[in-house]
Design a protein around this ligand. Structure first.
Ligand code: CDP
Length: 232
């Protein structure tokens, strides 16, 4: 199906940690000719900055000052066919995937000022529509008027196994127990925080990909997207 029949809509993909949101979002965007935005990478990059600069994030004065020195941008890497997160001009795409960042990110992402900072940028990125954005609050808070909202979930053990394989490549010392504990802690904090907690938007469609291949989940989501994006 040619892209000229597809109008630029907003597709949001929210859900639990490590359930394959970014894989689906990236493929969906590429097939529709849309831009993929990984909102989690923004919170991870902010966390990396706070850690490197020893920011005490319980002190809102320090948080406000630090945010003034943070510039986030995505740069498309043509060779890899995907965008990389840059923090103040530095490519931090690989650093932000480390467990040391994952262990802190949910605390940082629970801070209202941090969310205001990230959400303002996310809304600017979506102003012309034609995007797929994944995260925790994209369909509920960032783009409540999105044309297609997907809420992703997968069995706990499957999520742990997938993320363990991903992280073990770079860090042979990592254990499955480390990964499980990180996922459980993040899911708890993300769904219990006061500001923009993770929850399913009332108009989101649930996609449980426990027993789906990446191709099968893509086909399902493409069907939903085309229904909504076909020009009228
Ligand atoms: O890829 P994974 O599911 O592990 O997580 P991520 O999308 O990289 O997000 C990392 C963390 O950022 C989450 O655990 C949340 O604490 C936070 N986050 C958020 O609060 N809101 C978003 N829209 C995206 C991420």
């Amino acid at each position: 199906m040619a892209n000229q029949y597809i109008r630029p809509i907003i597709i949001t993909i929210d859900g639990w940690s490590s359930c394959g949101k970014s894989t689906l979002a990236r493929e969906l965007a590429s097939r529709l000719g849309f831009v993929y935005i990984d909102s989690g990478a923004m919170y991870r990059a902010i966390t990396l900055y706070f850690t490197r600069h020893h920011i005490d994030w319980t002190d809102m004065g320090q948080v406000d000052r630090a945010l003034q020195h943070i510039e986030l941008s995505f740069h498309f890497n043509a060779e890899l066919g995907r965008a990389h997160m840059h923090l103040n001009g530095e490519n931090v795409e690989y650093l932000i995937r480390d467990l040391s960042v994952a262990e802190r990110v949910s605390d940082v992402a629970a801070i209202g000022r941090v969310r205001d900072f990230a959400v303002a940028q996310q809304r600017r990125m979506g102003k012309d529509r034609g995007i797929v954005m994944d995260g925790r609050d994209i369909g509920t808070v960032v783009f409540p008027d999105a044309e297609l909202k997907i809420f992703m979930t997968a069995d706990n053990d499957i999520r742990v196994a997938r993320r363990f394989l991903e992280l073990r490549d770079k860090n042979p010392d990592i254990t499955e127990a480390d990964v499980r504990s990180n996922l459980e802690t993040r899911d708890y904090i993300d769904s219990h925080r006061e500001v923009s907690p993770l929850r399913q938007a009332h108009d989101a469609i649930v996609l449980d990909n426990s027993n789906l291949t990446p191709q099968e989940q893509l086909d399902i989501a493409l069907g939903w997207a085309r229904q909504r994006a076909l020009a009228v």
